[in-house]
Design a protein around this ligand. Structure first.
Ligand code: HAM
Length: 425
């Protein structure tokens, strides 16, 4: 039997170069979160399967990786973090002081059909505000998102936050005579608009109880592209007014250029109740970079009291594809300060003590003992991203000297070992 050397289909291996990039992205996510005062949390990737049992026909519940453990418990690999967050909040709700601002970077698993931008494992940055019903919570989560996009070198000409409110969609459906209890199911289907052929979408809407006239009416209403147009058709509603206010507030914090109203944004998860949003690129046309919204009743659905909440999930897959397309990926080296290169076995003791002295001085030093030709040793020093090399050559060492090489400039100079150690920076 031959064992496959490939990673499990849909999952990724992270070789050092790829992990450097992933860490770069995670650092931006973490630093942005901290700048806004979000605190980091985590939980195990194994969760109770029942947390994901929802009856709205969402894809995510059909894509679960789940199994029975040896104790007979139904376990799932988490497909998203929000139910776990809700569990954590409910578990300690009497001890916690609201509002909470929490973030996490978590690996999630979904048995997806493999298409561009979709894998069976991905990492997701989530930042959520729990216990704040006012629009300031929306402004905070959208602002932290946009800050992170700017740190990646993106601007409004490249990415846009498409905003909508499920209550507006609710008004649209009510206007078409769709009973309230069918709205969630219809919205879950509406989210598949881009993925399904028009006939398949119509069939699924019909299965949710919509008649031909209602489907045509829905298609027509979803072509409206300003809040004013929607107001003209549906009248003034609280949701329309709040969305206008939110756009104004984003403008006030300097992020107005990123935000636009988009009535077609629905989101595929059933728990959203108000504001919903997606970040999309403007030119490459990849899948949504990030998605989120307000979910004021998820906590009550899990048996607790209703606590207002809003947040997003921002995956690592689509954004790295976009940055690659736009040539915005950083060039990252491993940032070693010194490669210490002994000429032969005889210099090993000095290489070890010198490396140790450099580390004690707070520097990163790598020593390597294969005693190959200098050219090869220097090539390796380059590959590991060393700024400088210290060459320990027999003649120089006998005179108490080392040879220092600046890797970028390809310049070498001799220096007394004592002088080097006194000031190795
Ligand atoms: P979601 O829209 O299912 O939302 O996922 C959020 C983001 O995760 C997507 O926009 C995408 O970047 C990434 N993503 C999801 N599935 C995959 C996949 N199979 N492969 C690659 N990337 C993927 C949620 O998960 C919500 N829990 C987000 C949330 C947090 N809402 C409120 N708080």
């Amino acid at each position: 039997m031959t064992i496959s050397l490939q990673p499990v289909r849909g999952t990724r291996d992270f070789y050092p170069a790829e992990l450097r990039l992933r860490n770069w992205l995670f650092d931006i996510w973490r630093e942005s979160s901290r700048q806004f005062g979000f605190e980091e949390y985590d939980a195990c990737v194994l969760e109770h399967e029942e947390l994901y049992v929802r009856k709205a026909g969402e894809e995510i519940t059909e894509q679960l990786y789940s199994f029975e453990d040896k104790g007979g418990r139904r376990i799932a690999l988490r497909p998203e973090m929000t139910p776990t967050l809700a569990r954590l909040i409910l578990q300690r709700k009497n001890a916690l002081t609201f509002p909470l601002k929490w973030f996490t970077v978590a690996q999630c698993f979904r048995y997806e059909r493999m298409t561009r931008g979709r894998r069976r494992e991905h990492y997701q940055w989530n930042a959520d505000v729990i216990g704040q019903s006012r629009l300031v919570a929306e402004v905070e989560v959208l602002s932290v998102l946009i800050l992170s996009l700017e740190k990646m070198g993106l601007s409004p000409s490249r990415v846009q936050v498409h905003l909508n409110d499920r209550r507006i969609l609710g008004s649209v459906l009510a206007h078409l005579g769709v009973p309230a209890e069918q709205h969630v199911g219809v919205m879950v289907v509406m989210d598949k608009r881009d993925k399904l052929a028009p006939e398949a979408l119509e069939r699924q809407l019909a299965e949710q109880g919509l008649g031909k006239g209602q489907i045509d009416g829905l298609n027509e209403l979803l072509r409206m592209d300003t809040l004013e147009q929607v107001q003209g058709r549906l009248g003034k509603t609280a949701a329309l007014q709040e969305l206008r206010q939110l756009l104004d507030m984003l403008d006030a914090v300097g992020y107005g250029g990123y935000a636009l109203f988009d009535i077609t944004v629905v989101r595929g998860l059933s728990y959203y109740t108000g504001t919903v949003f997606e970040i999309r690129d403007t030119g490459v046309n990849l899948r949504a970079i990030c998605g989120g919204g307000r979910y004021d009743s998820l906590l009550s659905a899990l048996g607790g009291e209703s606590i207002p909440a809003i947040g997003f999930g921002f995956g690592d897959v689509v954004i790295l594809e976009l940055l690659a397309e736009l040539d915005l990926l950083p060039v990252l080296s491993s940032q070693i300060d010194y490669a210490v290169i002994p000429f032969s076995e005889a210099q090993v003791p000095q290489a070890l003590t010198l490396s140790q002295a450099l580390r004690k001085a707070g520097l990163r030093a790598d020593s390597e003992f294969s005693f190959r030709k200098l050219k090869r040793a220097l090539q390796r020093a380059d590959e590991i991203g060393a700024r400088k090399a210290v060459l320990l050559m027999p003649d120089e060492l006998a005179r108490g000297e080392v040879v220092l090489r600046d890797m970028a400039r390809r310049e070498e100079r001799r220096m007394a070992m004592s002088e080097f150690l006194a000031n190795p920076g």
